[in-house]
Design a protein. Structure first.
Length: 63
């Protein structure tokens, strides 16, 4: 199934999508979800590290 075939199909079309079209779309959704989850985890780790750094810096200032 080519990308052009999938892109040419519209959900409001009167014809039903083929199993191949649905599989292709679901695989694309899966891949996008994996990437989004990984990006979210990386951002969470970055923010956590930044927070820890800020806390550490504040503790040193008080001492």
């Amino acid at each position: 199934m080519s990308k052009e075939e999938v892109r040419s199909y519209r959900l409001n079309s009167m014809e039903e999508p083929t199993d191949e079209m649905l599989e292709y779309v679901m695989l694309q959704v899966r891949d996008a979800a994996i990437i989004a989850t990984q990006n979210a985890k990386e951002e969470l780790q970055r923010r956590f590290a930044e927070m820890c750094s800020n806390i550490s810096r504040r503790k040193k200032c008080k001492a």
